[in-house]
Write a protein that binds this ligand. Structure first.
Ligand SMILES: [Zn+2]
Length: 258
């Protein structure tokens, strides 16, 4: 088990938390001995400063969504639990809060936050017998009171339906993930713009953001995946749902086949 997940499970156990969706995060932070401050931050969503006697966690008061705020707070609590005395200050931008790797301490803090807010066994049982859709991710984000992005990564890891993730920033694909046993190969576009017929490209080219009701968009397999010409491989329908953060000009594309 990862260090972050393990530390979160230990904390849940030590605090005697029965229903993690009712976790009063602020009380846990105080109970563990850190001080929480909320104020506008200019270059960060969250920050932790380790002092000799006190550690101060600051959460950007301009964060718009409650679920995002909770994920940031849980991430900083992860640094507090696991990374005391390693570096005096962690400054967390939106990018470090993304699940794609950004140094192992950031990965550990994200794994911690993910497990604290969405414990594995509960997440799996909530996905049971439910068809994958953007609405499923939204309802999980509402239930666990966390960011939709963190739910998408958790679903990638534990969900029942295989999905692929593509993360783009400033019209450039930065990372992608596919399940280990996924039957299709991705056209790697790292450092290139997203495919021109992708939903991500519609945002970067035309600022198109689909409404909730239309957020599941049909695309083609060939949009993101390789077609093997020599095997008579047929193109067929896929779907793409984009989680767009206009403020940071980022798009997380979730791509799946039904
Ligand atoms: Zn961090």
């Amino acid at each position: 088990m990862s260090k972050g997940k393990n530390a979160a499970q230990k904390l849940i156990y030590e605090c005697g938390i029965v229903d993690p969706t009712e976790i009063p995060l602020e009380l846990i932070v105080y109970g563990r001995g850190a001080t929480l401050v909320e104020k506008p931050l200019h270059n960060a969503e969250g920050r932790i400063v380790f002092g000799n006697s006190k550690s101060i966690i600051t959460v950007n008061s301009n964060i718009e969504f409650m679920g995002k705020r909770r994920f940031v707070l849980a991430h900083e609590l992860g640094h507090f639990e696991m990374h005391r005395n390693l570096v005096p200050v962690h400054n967390d931008t939106d990018a470090t809060l993304e699940y794609f790797k950004n140094g192992h301490q950031e990965t550990e803090a994200n794994e911690f936050a993910s497990e604290l807010l969405m414990p594995e066994n509960l997440f799996i049982s909530e996905c049971e017998n439910k068809k994958f859709s953007p609405d499923l991710l939204r309802s999980l984000a509402d239930l666990f009171q966390t960011s939709i992005t963190s739910v998408a990564y958790k679903y990638f890891e534990l969900g029942r339906h295989p999905v692929c993730l593509f993360y783009s920033h400033n019209n450039t694909v930065k990372y992608w993930k596919r399940p280990d046993d996924y039957p299709y190969f991705i056209n790697s576009r790292i450092k290139l713009p997203p495919p021109e017929d992708s939903v991500a490209a519609e945002f970067f080219d035309n600022q198109k953001i689909y409404s909730r009701a239309h957020s599941k968009q049909p695309i083609w397999k060939s949009t993101w995946f390789e077609l093997k010409k020599y095997e008579n491989d047929n193109d067929f329908k896929f779907y793409e749902y984009c989680i767009i953060t206009p403020k940071y000009n980022t798009v997380l594309s979730i791509v799946w086949e039904e």
